[in-house]
Design a protein around this ligand. Structure first.
Ligand SMILES: *Cc1c(COP(=O)(O)O)cnc(C)c1O
Length: 382
């Protein structure tokens, strides 16, 4: 058994990251300033986006996006139930109705075919999720949204560095990234909205900082105009420079992070191949670059002769951490009670929600850690 606990994720922080944050702390300017602006530029550059706005979380980005698009009572928003609950919570708090698209059983992605039958005259927005570091099949989804005149915002929280048909996620359309500590790069907490619509970005920029007609920081002002006025009520969702400096430093290493994650994921795939009770996700059939945010498997509870919770507990007892990404939104208490979807309404979502778990995957892990996880899985299943 391992002598120390292996978490399912751990941020890859090096001395350069620590130095970058320390430099900001010593500089005399620690909230949103030149580092946040530089992070926006570097991130937009990395994903070939037309523009980017840094925020304190992806959740903040989604909140502002719903406001900017005017989503409210009477509107329907199509998104998977297999997602992080923040999106669904925000749709409901905006007064709109979440309409859940079922996912592919083995990639966990929504598809145009799954979304199309859900569209009504009330549908205002579609939010696909790029799951686990692979992209959703965007070409048909874009075509569908354009034909119907419905807005499209991609949840790219798992997709920093992901590519679809040879282009980075973020290069096209409107995307929201997360820099929470488990994501592929981190700011501690942080998010980024990228878009090829400059008007939309301007609106997000204004809403993120009290609805003032200026950004939180203006380079030419070396701060912010004290005369700035409220143009519309807004929030306090800006990303401080302490966090942005970490983001800039992490972004420099994103390619090596993805390389290492890919190496570890390949090892998992090989080593797990002979274990009947463990079903890894499939990789999409269309051309992609996988950023390997998560290594998700499904436990065949029949073959394992144990439930998923007991399996996770047994791994934990043996010093191996796992996570669940995600428990479907519609089976959680509030949504069970308010939406009352019948059991079986989203068969692939529910099937996965009961069986998925994420195995340890982060850049500072070694190949030998992967082997130890797999050996421990074999031991628990024996
Ligand atoms: C992490 C995550 C979010 C939210 O990101 P935050 O930065 O924590 O707000 C949204 N969607 C998905 C799919 C996520 O995994």
């Amino acid at each position: 058994m391992r002598s120390s606990f292996l978490p399912f994720s751990r941020p890859a922080i090096d001395e350069a990251d620590i130095q970058a944050v320390a430099d900001v702390l010593r500089s005399g300017w620690i909230t949103t300033g030149s580092k946040a602006a530089a992070f926006e530029e570097a991130f937009a550059d990395y994903c070939h986006a037309r523009g980017a706005v840094a925020l304190c979380s992806a959740t903040a980005g989604m909140h502002l996006m719903l406001m900017a698009l005017g989503i409210g009572p009477g509107d329907e928003v199509i998104t998977p139930s297999m997602t992080w609950v923040s999106t669904v919570n925000l749709i409901v708090m905006a007064g709109a109705r979440p309409v859940f698209a079922d996912i592919d059983r083995d990639t966990l992605m929504v598809s145009a075919d799954g979304i199309a039958p859900l569209i009504t005259e009330r549908t205002r927005l579609i939010i696909p999720v790029h799951f686990a570091g692979a992209p959703a099949d965007m070409a048909p989804i874009r075509k569908l949204a354009a034909e119907k005149g419905i807005a499209l915002v991609e949840d790219a929280a798992h997709a920093v560095g992901t590519e679809y048909s040879g282009r980075r996620i973020g290069a096209e359309g409107t995307t929201i990234f997360s820099f929470h500590p488990i994501k592929n790069i981190t700011c501690g907490e942080g998010g980024m909205v990228c878009s090829d619509d400059p008007k939309l970005l301007d609106r997000i920029r204004r809403l993120k900082f009290h609805g003032l007609g200026v950004d939180a920081y203006d380079r030419t002002m070396q701060g912010r105009s004290p005369q700035a006025e409220v143009m519309e009520p807004g929030f306090k969702y800006n990303l401080p420079d302490m966090a942005a400096a970490l983001g800039i430093s992490q972004l420099r290493r994103i390619e090596s992070f993805i390389e290492k994650r890919t190496l570890l994921a390949r090892r998992y795939r090989q080593a797990l191949a002979g274990i009947d009770a463990i079903l890894p996700l499939s990789e999409p059939a269309y051309p992609i670059r996988h950023a390997w945010h998560l290594f998700i498997v499904r436990l065949d509870t029949g073959k394992a002769r144990m439930g998923r919770e007991a399996f996770m507990a047994a791994l934990k007892e043996r010093n191996i951490g796992t996570g669940i990404h995600f428990k479907a939104a519609h089976v959680q208490k509030y949504y069970r009670e308010t939406l009352q979807l019948p059991q079986g309404a989203l068969p692939n979502t529910e099937w996965n929600s009961d069986r998925i778990l994420s195995l340890p995957l982060f850049p500072d892990m070694g190949i030998e850690d992967v082997d130890e996880v797999v050996d421990t899985i074999k031991e628990v299943l024996a």
